[in-house]
Design a protein around this ligand. Structure first.
Ligand SMILES: O=C(O)C(=O)C[C@]1(C(=O)O)C=C[C@@H](O)C=C1
Length: 304
């Protein structure tokens, strides 16, 4: 006869630890948590010592002054972080922790402020800034992208955040980035996109151009186009992401075209392809200026 079938109760009772055993287990587990917290803290202190050495190396190599923000390195670190994450701790939390670690280590190398355009909604922009740069880095709000670009231009190493989409009334703010010494787009945030990102507002990050650590997977071009029409907009849609603002002087539009020139998914799009598509659809480009570059958009697909 099967003993378990006739007397299941003792088996279930044995699975629940006696109260004293449970208390002992809890204190053992809490001791484990204390050990892990102490190790994590020690590792952060060790990381800060490495960053100290990194600053010395950068100095001896004559690295540019200004911001210590290195967009190529950060994009690659964030992609690897989300790809290796597993377990019950939400990805949002892990990403947020590392954003604070990296942006604060950027700040301790060379203090900077984040200027953000609040004109299309303060809450989402503030969330984006705090998520990507933490609370130690000062946050300065502006009503409009022009104020952000001007503040970054005046600074030594500040960053600017501007919506990466057509915001009503924003105008062709990117034309202020055309000058040789003007700030440029150096990143697009979030580095890792997903449908339910807690700070998912798409923003361009603007700074004085970085020569060391720039990433050029996507080029941002300011295009002045006459004869801009629906056919031209349709022709560009598969080639580039475009923000368009009417330009009455040209009887056309000022465009900010983000052209994927090469990345993990290398494709054939170049400025020439875009210019040819515009010509073929009856529009003509009067002027083109490179106003920055950034890493390819990287989308995280949740497992399961
Ligand atoms: O790798 C660098 O150059 C650093 O300055 C270190 C570090 C980091 O904390 O990991 C900080 C800032 C950069 O944007 C990238 C990475």
């Amino acid at each position: 006869m099967n003993k378990n079938a006739t007397s299941p109760a003792p088996v279930q009772a044995a699975a629940v630890p006696a109260p004293t055993e449970a208390v002992a287990d809890l204190s053992v587990l809490r001791a484990e948590i204390d050990r892990i917290d102490a190790s994590m803290h020690a590792l952060l202190i060790e990381r800060s010592q490495i960053v100290d050495r990194l600053v010395q190396v950068k100095r001896t190599r004559g690295a540019e002054g200004g911001s210590a923000f290195r967009p190529a390195r950060e994009a690659s670190m964030m992609r690897r972080l989300v790809d290796r994450h597993r377990g019950i701790l939400p990805l949002d939390t892990v990403e947020g922790i590392w954003r604070v670690i990296i942006s604060t280590f950027t700040y301790v190398q060379a203090p900077y402020a984040v200027h953000a355009d609040l004109a299309s909604g303060e809450a989402a922009m503030r969330d984006a800034s705090r998520f990507h740069f933490g609370f130690t880095v000062p946050f300065i709000g502006h009503m409009g992208a022009s104020g952000v670009v001007a503040a970054v231009a005046r600074s030594r190493g500040d960053l600017g955040l501007v919506p990466a989409f057509a915001a009503p009334g924003a105008g062709a703010w990117w034309t202020a980035l055309e000058g040789e010494h003007a700030p440029k787009i150096i990143a697009r945030l979030p580095f890792v996109e997903r449908a339910d990102h807690p700070a998912g507002l798409p923003v361009f990050c603007i700074a004085h151009p970085v020569t060391d650590g720039a990433v050029t997977e996507v080029e941002a071009w300011s295009l002045h186009v006459s004869g801009w029409n629906a056919q031209a907009a349709r022709a560009l849609a598969p080639l580039a992401e475009v923000v368009a603002v009417p330009d009455r002087g040209l009887d056309g539009a000022a465009l900010l075209a983000s052209i994927p020139v090469g990345g993990e998914r290398v494709n054939d799009v170049s400025l020439d392809t875009v210019l040819a598509a515009l010509r073929d659809s009856g529009a003509s480009v009067r002027a083109a200026a490179l106003v920055g570059s950034h890493a390819s958009r990287y989308t995280h697909q949740p497992q399961g």
